[in-house]
Design a protein around this ligand. Structure first.
Ligand SMILES: *[C@@H]1O[C@H](CO)[C@@H](O)[C@H](O)[C@H]1NC(C)=O
Ligand SMILES: *[C@@H]1O[C@H](CO)[C@@H](O)[C@H](O)[C@H]1NC(C)=O
Ligand SMILES: *[C@@H]1O[C@H](CO)[C@@H](O)[C@H](O)[C@H]1NC(C)=O
Length: 631
């Protein structure tokens, strides 16, 4: 720790520059869609525009609209509501494509302001004469809009922008058709796509968005892959450390295999947390996992791994270790040795064939161009532009099928993944009794969540552990606790009085989960240690007999007392005896009186019966309360 010297700062700067240069010799491709002007006649024709890397382009589709250029706030940097403007189309009217000028603020801010004002799309007119560029998302600021921009965006050239403005100035109505139908090649009935990603989860909004995307898209990706509609591959970008810096502190902490494969420090601070090389190793594990999964014809397991890894071993929560990653791999039932073999030795001074292939793939071959933005989707060898959103990306993939060969999923969202059927989806399963499971099939792929059974909630991580908790927990599989019945006597280590856990009942010892053993009170000399006493152990208890016939064993006090009152016996006991005798006396008297009364009763009845007929002796005895005899 401690403050970094200026010299170290300088070295950092040089290193970053060098890393940047190492990838700068490639080519970035601006992905385009077309814009057809249908009126005015003077402008009629097809123009190119560049798809922005935010919002939702309508791959495979088209969109009609009228162009509006605001009189004030022409750059769209301020909310249009400030000046009371709304671009919501009137009923029956065409959607509004808002034209704004480039400059002064982020593209995403313009997009957000246009969207909130009701525009259906935003067209940004370049402010300089140059080839079209891709409008990208800002690394940090403006991110609060990123998630929620749904309008498609496109950059148009300065010249075309000027023409549009002139026509509008002239009072013309400008009708356009935005067309994404040819934005992606769609040659056959299988779509090949790549997802260029990174295991670093500490980069803030962008990383969170990437994880959200994985979570949402996983189910769809898996179904497409399982049914053979797509062939997917994940990819990871790494850099190499320039020769001169290989032994520097920076390269040794950011790189593996002696400077061959590097990633930036996740926190951008060399002194704390994880290093770049931790990210590279995890990237490598993820590629290797995909390779092994693909070899066993289950490439979709990659999505589960990445999803579960983010939950169980996130770097931003400092939970990532190789062991944690191995735990995820194991729960997916994958061959860990194969994966480790592919990962190899990160400290070795040699190429890693897998990462080398990744570096080669990064450079675009043919039409794709270099991948330099993370994350990036490549569909049919063309880079996807737009928001990383399930619907938008699925739409792009769907537009990559030859027409009429699209899978159902492109037409309906109604899918189930049925992943719990196999290996229980890698989630917790109660093998012992009822097959309670934490695996749930959902539209978005399976999730591992502890279940609620008959109103009893299970708690735990859902992967390796779930446990019934709260009221009624003992009704479910006895709360996971030990339970045994012998000779009609049941004993349980679960108590509804306590919220969780198992505890052997009195007279037993053990963990309460797997076993409780009877305590031999006699052998362990816990009770019944009086002189001359005979102790006999029973299951869960014991019997104690006092020496001599006149002695009585008092269980609560673990002591023997004489049956005959003596000074050693407390008055309390004498009272008990006294009252006992008293009650017995009263009882005996009552019985005597009752019998006397019944006797007299029957005598009188017998005499009376001689003088008058009694209807029914039984009924009459019924009508009389029993107590009657006592008087
Ligand atoms: C984005 O949308 C979500 C859901 O509609 C909402 O909860 C969130 O507040 C929105 N964020 C912004 C910055 O508008
Ligand atoms: C995955 O496996 C398929 C066939 O088993 C193969 O054609 C494809 O090239 C593999 N993908 C990768 C990226 O290795
Ligand atoms: C649990 O599932 C297994 C395998 O499907 C089955 O053999 C067993 O009978 C099930 N047990 C119960 C209690 O349902």
């Amino acid at each position: 720790m401690g403050r970094r010297s200026p010299a170290r700062w300088w070295r950092c700067a040089v290193l970053l520059l060098a890393l940047a240069l190492a990838v700068a010799d490639g080519r970035f491709v601006v992905e385009k869609n077309s814009l057809r002007v249908t009126s005015p006649a003077a402008l009629r024709g097809v123009y190119e525009c560049a798809i922005g890397n935010f919002g939702m382009p309508q791959y495979g589709g088209t969109m009609h609209g009228v162009v509006v250029y605001p009189k004030a706030n022409t750059k769209g940097c301020k909310p249009f509501s400030d000046s009371g403007l709304s671009f919501n189309p009137k009923s029956g009217g065409l959607p509004v494509f808002l034209l704004v000028d480039r400059g002064d603020c982020y593209f995403t801010t313009k997009g957000w302001n246009a969207q909130t004002a009701g525009a259906a799309a935003v067209l940004v007119a370049d402010d300089r004469a140059e080839p079209l560029i891709t409008m990208d998302t800002p690394e940090s600021a403006g991110k609060e809009h990123l998630e929620n921009i749904t309008v498609p965006s496109a950059l148009v050239s300065k010249r075309f922008g000027d023409d549009l403005k002139a026509a509008l100035e002239n009072g013309d109505m400008v009708n356009v058709l935005l067309d994404w139908r040819e934005s992606l090649p769609h040659p056959d009935e299988r779509v090949e796509y790549e997802f260029w990603t990174n295991s670093n989860d500490e980069c803030g909004a962008k990383c969170d968005m990437q994880m959200n995307f994985v979570r949402n898209f996983r189910g769809v990706a898996q179904v497409l892959e399982q049914r053979g509609y797509t062939q997917f591959a994940p990819h990871y970008i790494t850099w190499y450390c320039p020769e001169a810096f290989v032994l520097s502190k920076q390269c040794t902490s950011q790189c593996i295999n002696h400077g061959r494969y590097c990633a930036p420090d996740p926190e951008q601070d060399f002194t704390t947390g994880y290093d770049g090389k931790d990210v590279v190793v995890q990237n490598l594990i993820q590629i290797c996992l995909f390779k092994v999964a693909n070899e066993s014809r289950k490439p979709w397991l990659w999505w589960d791994y990445v999803h579960d890894f983010a939950i169980r071993c996130p770097m931003k929560e400092k939970k990532y270790t190789r062991d944690c990653a191995n735990g995820v791999i194991k729960s997916l039932g994958m061959d860990i040795d194969k994966i480790n073999k592919c990962v190899g030795d990160p400290d070795a001074d040699e190429d890693n064939p897998v990462l080398k292939a990744e570096q080669d793939a990064q450079i675009g071959h043919g039409s794709r161009g270099d991948v330099t933005i993370l994350p990036t989707f490549v569909v049919n060898n063309r880079q996807y532009r737009g928001k990383l959103d399930k619907r938008a990306v699925l739409r792009a993939i769907c537009s990559g099928f030859e027409e009429t060969t699209e899978p159902d999923i492109c037409l309906t969202q109604d899918i189930q993944t049925n992943q719990c059927l196999e290996n229980n989806g890698g989630c917790w399963l109660d093998h012992n009794s009822n097959n309670f499971t934490a695996c749930k099939d959902t539209f978005r792929g399976r999730v591992c969540e502890c279940p609620i059974v008959n109103g009893v909630k299970f708690v735990g991580d859902g992967y390796t552990h779930c446990e019934a908790s709260g009221v009624g927990r003992c009704q479910i599989n006895n709360g996971g606790c030990w339970k045994e019945t012998r000779n009609g006597k049941s004993v349980s280590a679960c108590s509804n009085e306590v919220a969780k856990g198992c505890k052997c009942p009195p007279g037993f010892k053990g963990d309460g989960i797997h076993s409780c053993e009877d305590i031999d009170e006699c052998k362990e000399r816990l009770f019944c240690q009086c002189k001359g006493c005979s102790c006999e152990n029973t299951w869960g208890s014991y019997e104690c007999g006092c020496g001599g016939n006149n002695m009585l064993y008092m269980r609560e006090h673990d002591t023997c007392i004489s049956k005959v009152a003596s000074s050693s016996v407390g008055w309390g006991f004498l009272w008990v005896v006294f009252f006992g005798l008293g009650f017995a006396g009263v009882g005996a008297y009552a019985v005597y009186k009752y019998r006397l009364r019944s006797y007299m009763d029957s005598e009188i009845r017998a005499i009376m019966a001689q003088y008058m007929p009694l209807e029914n002796q039984d009924t009459s005895s019924h009508q009389r309360p029993v107590e009657h005899a006592d008087i």
